[in-house]
Each structure stands twice: as C-alpha cells, then as structure tokens.
Design a protein around this ligand. Structure first.
Ligand SMILES: Nc1nc2c(ncn2[C@@H]2O[C@H](COP(=O)(O)OP(=O)(O)OP(=O)(O)O)[C@@H](O)[C@H]2O)c(=O)[nH]1
Ligand SMILES: [Mg+2]
Length: 328
C-alpha cells in the first residue's frame, strides 16, 4: 500500500463557552444577586508524534479536526465545563506548516506533544461583574473563539542513512541483506514505489525508489520521495557493477539530487553493488576508474550473494556513522 506522506487539514481549538446572566432567587425578593457562571475554556489542539509511518493513512480520512468547545456557565455560579482537548497523532518526522502564517513545527522525538492551537477562553457570567457600585450587573460576555487554521502536514522520515541510485542498482537488496527489512526486490526498474526502512544496529536506513534522468521533472516516479532523505546524515550512492558506464550513472543521480534542497550537500559514499557479476579484477578496475575520475573514494564493493562482503560493508558503515555522529 502506498505510503501517505502529506495531507492538508483545517484544524480548530474549541471555542470558549459563554458566560450567562442569572439571578439568585430568594424568597420575598423579586430579584436576588447575580449568579450567572463563567463559560468553560475551549479545548486545546495538540499534535503528538507516534512511531508509525503509516499514521497519516488514518488522518487523511478527514479534512477537518477540532477540539471540543467549552460549555456555557449556568445558574448558581456554576462554571461551564472546559471543552476536551484534541490530540492528532502523526508519524514521527511530520512537519506541520500553518498555511496562513507560514509557521512550521516539526515532530522529531517519539512521543513529543506540541500544542498547535489554543482553546478560546470562556466568557464571564454576570456574577463576575458584581461590584460595590453595581449590585445587579446585566452583563455577561461570550466565549472567545479558539485558534484555528489550515495546516499542511508533510512526513519526512527520520533515518540515519539514505540509499539512492538508479532503478535496479540493488538498493533494496542491500537494505534487506543488512537489516530486518523484507522489502520487495525484483529484476525490473521501479520495484520500490515507497520508501523502505530497516534498522542496522541502532541506525535507521531508508531505501527510496530509483531515480532516473529527469526525475526532478516528473520522469519515472518523480523525485518527491527525496524529502524522506533530507534528514539523513549520510547518503549511500549505489552503483551497479553490471552497468556499462558507472560514471555516467553517478552523474545522472547527482544531477537529480542537486535539484532537491539540502540533499546535495550531504556526505555521500559510493557503494559498488553486484560484485559477483564481474571478476575481481574487473571490479578493481572500475573502482580505480571511478576514484580517479570522480576524485571520490568508493566505500565498499559488495554483493548480496557474498556474506563476508556484506559483513565488511556493515562494519564500515557503522564506523562511518560513528565518526559522523561525533563530528556533529
Ligand atoms: N547478482 C546479483 N544480483 C543482485 C544483487 N543485488 C541485487 N540484485 C538483483 O538486482 C535486481 C534489482 O534489485 P533491487 O534490490 O530490487 O534493486 P533496487 O535498486 O532496489 O531497484 P528499484 O527499487 O527498482 O529502484 C534484483 O533482481 C536483485 O535480485 C547482487 O549483489 N548480485
Ligand atoms: Mg528497490
């Protein structure tokens, strides 16, 4: 099922309950003192981060969400009840933008709760206005409107590593070999339609769909899913050793990455995949050619059919990530 990673909602906090005009009824008196109670406050509107990347699937069922209104005051100085708060659960990594003000809030920690909108205050009942010079106030005020607005919710997965490359480069196979992921792999392009996540030691790896030339203009699957690697600390650029022109493959992907904010500056490591499809000498030659032409080191040469190579790759990756974290 497709990963839902954006949605727009209209959200409102509760309106405050109205204050009321009421009078104490006493025997033999036409009108006693004022005893109209205050209204309750409107409920606040919260968002909460949960560890479920599919949570937006539930959220898109509705476009409007609101916290409960406060209840009006009543006689005998009774305060109206406060409206219930409302909490919208969103996947960890959600970025919520107020489309009217441009304000942005991000849910970056599991369980984090943020008050997005404040409920309106309850109005005052006439008892509130009683004073030495006014024993019979006729006044009560209405509850205040709750804050409200239109919000765009966008999910940006929080991962440590992003796997990028052309379709069929072996990205998902690598993710599966290294982590608990069991994502679909096949010998045709665009097998991966939505990002896959896996955990290697304590690091989260994100495998995203293949990119092709022109992806930024909508070719292939487009490039919108690149949002999911905007927060990773490193990018693993997978290039298949089966391919005729690995340098060109590299450049095509870099060009597409450069059209997405924040990604091109990330630390990138080249991984040569499918080493079993060439001779050892063949792999070394390609590695040297890439390193001289691009002036970049290849981090690993791997094949998912070679357990030792995968183990080495995993160890190297951990080393890189540890260094990366201490640099931060
Ligand atoms: N011989 C060999 N085949 C591999 C290796 N890694 C992946 N493959 C095969 O290459 C094909 C593509 O693998 P995927 O992991 O689906 O590639 P991908 O980069 O995720 O492709 P998209 O999701 O389409 O972008 C599959 O048929 C895999 O079985 C490898 O190390 N050696
Ligand atoms: Mg894939």
């Amino acid at each position: 099922m497709a990963l839902i990673d954006e949605h727009t909602i209209y959200a409102s906090a509760g309106r405050g309950g109205d204050g009321v005009v009421r009078w104490l009824r006493e025997k033999f008196k036409p009108k006693g003192g004022p005893n109209g109670g205050d209204g309750g406050n409107g409920g606040h509107f919260y968002i909460e981060a949960i560890r479920d990347i599919t949570a937006l699937r539930r959220v898109i069922r509705k476009d409007t969400y609101q916290a409960e209104n406060g209840f009006p005051g009543s006689k005998n100085s009774m305060h109206g009840a406060n409206g219930e708060d409302f909490t919208l659960q969103l996947p960890l990594g959600s970025v919520v933008t107020n489309l009217e003000t441009g304000d942005v809030v991000e849910l970056t920690r599991d369980g984090e709760e943020i008050r997005l909108l404040q409920g309106g205050a309850g109005g005052f009942g006439n008892e509130h206005f009683k004073s030495s010079i006014n024993q019979t106030p006729m006044e009560a005020t209405q509850g205040k409107e709750g804050e409200h607005g239109k919000f765009h919710i966008e999910l940006k997965l929080i991962a440590d590593v992003g796997l990028v490359g052309l379709p069929n480069a072996g990205k998902t196979s690598l993710l599966n070999a290294l982590t608990n992921s069991d994502a679909r792999v096949a010998d045709y392009p665009f097998t991966t339609l939505d990002p896959n996540l896996g955990v290697y030691h304590k690091y989260i790896l994100a495998d995203i769909p293949g990119l092709i030339e022109g992806a930024s203009e909508g070719k292939g699957l487009g490039h919108k899913f690149l949002r999911h690697i905007t927060r990773t600390s490193v990018i693993l650029h997978c290039i298949s050793l089966e391919r005729d022109n690995p340098i060109q493959d590299y450049e095509v992907i870099r060009k597409e990455l450069s059209t997405y904010p924040d990604i091109i500056e990330k630390k990138e490591y080249i991984i040569l995949t499918k080493s079993d499809t060439v001779t050892k000498k063949g792999a070394e030659d390609i590695q040297t050619m890439i390193e001289t032409n691009l002036n970049k080191k290849v981090l690993s040469v791997v094949s998912v059919l070679d357990d030792d190579a995968i183990k080495n790759f995993g160890d190297t990756l951990i080393k890189v990530l540890r260094e990366e974290k201490t640099e931060l």
